[in-house]
Ligand binder design. Structure first.
Ligand SMILES: Nc1ncnc2c1ncn2[C@@H]1O[C@H](COP(=O)(O)OP(=O)(O)OP(=O)(O)O)[C@@H](O)[C@H]1O
Length: 252
């Protein structure tokens, strides 16, 4: 199955996003993936392809295995059985469900987002002009430019969440995984993030977002629904039709 999800933001602030994603195979392919925690099966025989250029929404009730699936896709958790194959060398961006934990870090918004460039630039090295532009663009995308110099500890929960999303956007990841990224965001921020995710997918990135409300993601390319660790519904990538208001359909 193929799924892709992207959040979009203020498109006027994203001039450097290039169009024309390049079609290729999955960046991550899960086959018959099962994950057991102390005998409890969190995932049961999951087959899933995460495709570059696609925005995939993962939905399901509490405890259905969404975060576990994200952890396996990110390479943070090995399947108990089955296989998780990742393209070698892909850059993975992750916004975990608990990204609000950074409240006590002695960092500003700009510091946090700049860390998203470390993989390209190397940690603690001065950012180059291009890196600084990517950082500024990501901050603008989530609407935090006026707060760029503010310490994380002085932000609201939703603002901090947006800062973590900006850090992920700045990474230019091949695979972008977001676990309930809209949690705590107001309507304007949700729209901005949804637009940003869609734009990122259009650059060729595989974007995967967990949500309890499909509508908040806007248009997605595919949907994967989990029930008790199983994929019970999935939609293949349909013609995106972004700009035509088309949304992905879900089929059993
Ligand atoms: N580290 C762990 N140890 C033991 N059980 C775990 C662990 N992590 C998750 N589980 C169990 O695995 C199942 C799936 O959990 P998971 O966090 O993936 O669900 P989820 O769909 O993301 O839920 P939510 O919507 O509440 O975030 C749950 O029954 C949970 O209790």
């Amino acid at each position: 199955m193929k799924v892709r999800t992207v959040f979009i933001c203020n498109t006027e602030s994203m001039p450097s996003f290039s169009p024309a994603p390049v079609a290729r195979g999955p960046v991550v392919a899960l086959r018959e993936v099962t994950v057991a925690f102390d005998g409890h099966l969190a995932l049961r025989g999951v087959d899933l392809d995460l495709m570059g250029g696609e925005l995939l929404a993962i939905v399901g009730a509490n405890g259905s295995g969404k975060s576990t699936l994200i952890a396996v896709a990110a390479g943070l958790l090995a399947p108990t059985s089955g296989t998780a194959r990742r393209d070698p060398g892909i850059r993975v961006g992750l916004v975990p469900q608990t990204s609000n934990d950074g409240a006590r870090l002695p960092l500003t918004v700009a510091d946090l987002v700049a860390m998203g460039r470390w993989r390209e630039r190397g940690p603690f090295l001065p950012l180059r002009r291009h890196d600084r532009a990517r950082v500024a663009e990501a901050i603008e995308t989530v609407g935090l430019t006026p707060l760029a110099r503010r310490p994380l500890g002085l932000l609201s929960g939703g603002q901090r969440q947006r800062a973590h999303i900006a850090q992920a956007l700045a990474q230019d990841a091949d695979l972008l995984l977001l676990d309930e990224p809209m949690s705590g965001l107001d309507a304007a921020s949700r729209d901005a993030v949804a637009s940003a995710l869609a734009a990122v997918a259009r650059t060729g990135t595989a974007v995967v977002a967990v949500t309890h409300d499909l509508a908040e993601l806007g248009e997605v390319d595919a949907v994967c629904r989990l029930v008790d660790g199983r994929v019970v519904e999935s939609s293949p990538a349909a013609p995106r039709g972004r700009g035509h208001g088309g949304a992905a359909t879900v089929r059993a």
